[in-house]
Design a protein around this ligand. Structure first.
Ligand SMILES: [Zn+2]
Length: 269
């Protein structure tokens, strides 16, 4: 059985996976401060686990790429631990990975992102692939796949309670690697919650998009309430995301490949 991890394949196996129309997942994350209590690899840990487990359980449907470990993070450079990749470089890098895959014949490519500020750039990389190749490409933040579960288990306030190193992310870390979470150092803050027009929450955008330089407003680096986190919640979140990712991949692969039509010059359509 071929590995579900791209990095372990030999080139004839990659060619075979492309011929079988495997759906490619490109996990995208960040190395970024996550408060006093979580390691800087929070986003990598979550998205790597969810994508790799989805691929492992997908029976060859999904092939997962090695993660893009670093993200677009200038707003967070006031905190030690954060690495920033400039937005244009990051977007080009993500696009080039997808573009290389289309040249091998893969035609379904999905950026699965774990860092909020990457999302608009992953969306654009996917759009650029659709606009410049015959492949279909899409992008999503992994938390969108656990909305239903989160609606049920969430205890922190909305909006503001689930944004960064919060109930959501801390629950995932407590489930996957509890030995690295320093629960005695947790802090709760909502520094981006400015008004009904401007706030930050993974489960609902504020009407106005505004991201200040983080160290101007934040102290601990947390946005939300990690005190509400449990490993049990983390398990439910992660399992829902894995199930939904497999279902989406099937759905995405089954989309029809429609021909381009240019209505500008055609007379009879
Ligand atoms: Zn994070």
């Amino acid at each position: 059985m071929r590995s579900h991890l791209y990095r372990f394949l030999k080139w004839p196996e990659v060619r075979q996976a492309a011929q079988e129309r495997a759906v490619i997942l490109i996990p995208v994350a960040a190395i970024e401060q996550h408060g006093y209590h979580l390691p800087v690899d929070m986003d990598n840990l979550a998205v790597e686990y969810v994508t790799e487990e989805a691929a492992r359980r997908s029976d060859g449907l999904i092939l997962v790429m090695p993660p893009v470990h670093y993200g677009f993070n200038e707003h967070n450079m006031g905190f030690p631990g954060t690495i920033n990749i400039r937005e244009q470089v990051f977007m080009d890098f993500c696009y080039d990975i997808g573009h290389s895959l289309t040249r091998q014949g893969f035609d379904r490519i999905v950026y699965v992102n774990a860092h909020g500020s990457n999302q608009m750039l992953c969306n654009l990389a996917a759009r650029r692939l659709v606009n410049t190749t015959a492949a279909l490409a899409a992008a999503l933040p992994h938390w969108n796949l656990s909305k239903k579960v989160v609606d049920r288990i969430r205890e922190s306030e909305f909006p503001g309670g689930m944004a960064h190193a919060c109930e959501f992310e801390t629950s995932i870390y407590l489930y996957l690697k509890p030995e690295l979470v320093e629960t005695d150092k947790m802090a709760a803050e909502t520094p981006s919650k400015l008004s009904k027009f401007m706030y930050s929450d993974l489960f609902g955008d504020s009407p106005v998009h505004f991201v200040n330089r983080y160290s101007r407003v934040a102290r601990s680096g947390v946005e939300g309430d990690p005190f509400k986190a449990t490993a049990e919640k983390g398990e439910q979140i992660v399992e829902a995301e894995i199930d939904n990712l497999i279902e989406f991949a099937r759905n995405f692969r089954d989309l029809p490949d429609l021909p381009d039509v240019d209505f500008n010059y055609q007379k009879n359509v």
